[in-house]
Design a protein around this ligand. Structure first.
Ligand SMILES: O=C(O)C(=O)Cc1ccccc1
Length: 337
């Protein structure tokens, strides 16, 4: 039997762990493979693990239905996929001669090869008997603004009274609370995380489902150097649709003239390609220049469109091509994954 090694943001009990299990449990259940989960200390370590072949696949949180992009993940995609030195060189060429040598579409050694939508239910986890005594809350930075109503209701959004401390993950937050020694600390400290994290670390849930929106969902991406293996048994054959997405990044070449983004978007229109999202992050190499992340529904004209887009941009990179999860369509219909 083969084994599949999967890296995720640990320790066990994180939402990334949940996403990894949602993606890979069917392989273990159908006896196709054993799955070894490898908890990592940071999202960057998940990128490193796949790059250095320490795992077969890595799971990365990418966006949330209520508070949007996981900007840290976007920035890691930028840092791993766009070579800073080459980009500086091209920008210098562009400044000096008004043109830069065309480069072919880059495909790095690992790519996005799948996606998972995970229902996110946060819990207020603490040994404290009285919420009004809480002085410190630990959680992952992504969580605070998904629980505004709960924090407000219990006056935990008063930053003078209550200190909120970012942790590398939600399960790490519960681990910290579990390690508190004195009764005083235990009565005044809480974490916000999953039910599984509470069970693993043995800290009780004081209030469950504290997220603002009941359909709160995070979309995770699966990174790999090879496609997901086929399942011999039919456990999971229903989880992906026959629609596919491509995720691209680029930097606009002609930054200073009007219509330069419009010209790029026109190319997609010309080839009847529908865009799903467009996001920017700072390019870092040059102030107020942006890295664009575009998700496009795949269609016949995509290869030709990309070769036209290439003329208008610097560093066009295909970060991934993957089957759209059926949960995407389910969410549109029902609001839940
Ligand atoms: O910290 C975790 O549990 C993660 O996997 C990152 C995260 C945090 C909040 C929502 C979704 C993912």
């Amino acid at each position: 039997m083969t084994s599949i090694k999967v890296a995720y943001l640990g320790p066990p009990g994180t939402y990334s762990h949940q996403a990894a299990r949602q993606q890979f449990e069917p392989y273990a259940l159908s006896d196709d493979a054993s799955v070894i989960y490898l908890p990592q200390p940071s999202i960057n370590s998940c990128f490193k693990a796949i790059s250095k072949d320490e795992c077969d696949y890595s799971i990365i949180p990418f966006e949330n239905s209520s508070n949007g992009q996981v900007v840290l993940s976007y920035d890691l995609f930028r840092d791993w996929f766009i070579k800073e030195d080459q980009l500086r060189l091209k920008l210098r060429e562009l400044e000096q001669s008004g043109s830069s040598q065309a480069s072919s579409v880059k495909t790095p050694d690992f790519q996005v090869i799948g996606e998972q939508f995970v229902a996110i239910h946060h819990n207020f986890i603490t040994f404290a008997s009285d919420i009004s005594k809480i002085k410190t809350i630990y959680s992952h930075p992504q969580v605070w603004s998904q629980c505004n109503k709960f924090l407000h209701k219990h006056e935990l959004d008063n930053n003078i009274k209550v200190q909120k401390i970012d942790t590398s993950s939600t399960s790490k937050a519960v681990e910290i609370v579990a390690s508190l020694q004195t009764d005083e600390e235990r009565q005044t400290t809480a974490a916000m995380a999953s039910l599984t994290a509470s069970e693993i670390h043995g800290v009780p849930v004081k209030v469950s489902q504290i997220e603002d929106f009941k359909g709160n969902t995070t979309r995770f991406l699966v990174l790999g150097k090879k496609p997901l293996p086929d399942l011999r048994h039919s456990f999971d054959s229903n989880s992906v649709s026959d629609k596919r997405m491509t995720l691209l990044t680029f930097i606009i070449k002609d930054n200073d003239n009007f219509g330069s983004l419009c010209n790029i978007l026109q190319v997609f229109k010309k080839f009847n390609l529908n865009l799903q999202s467009i996001t920017t992050r700072p390019s870092i190499v040059s102030p107020w220049r942006y890295v664009f992340f575009v998700e496009v529904w795949e269609g016949e004209g995509l290869p030709e469109a990309l070769s036209e887009v290439e003329e208008l941009v610097l560093d066009l990179t295909v970060i991934g091509s993957f089957a759209r999860s059926k949960k995407f369509f389910q969410m549109i219909e029902t609001g839940f994954p």
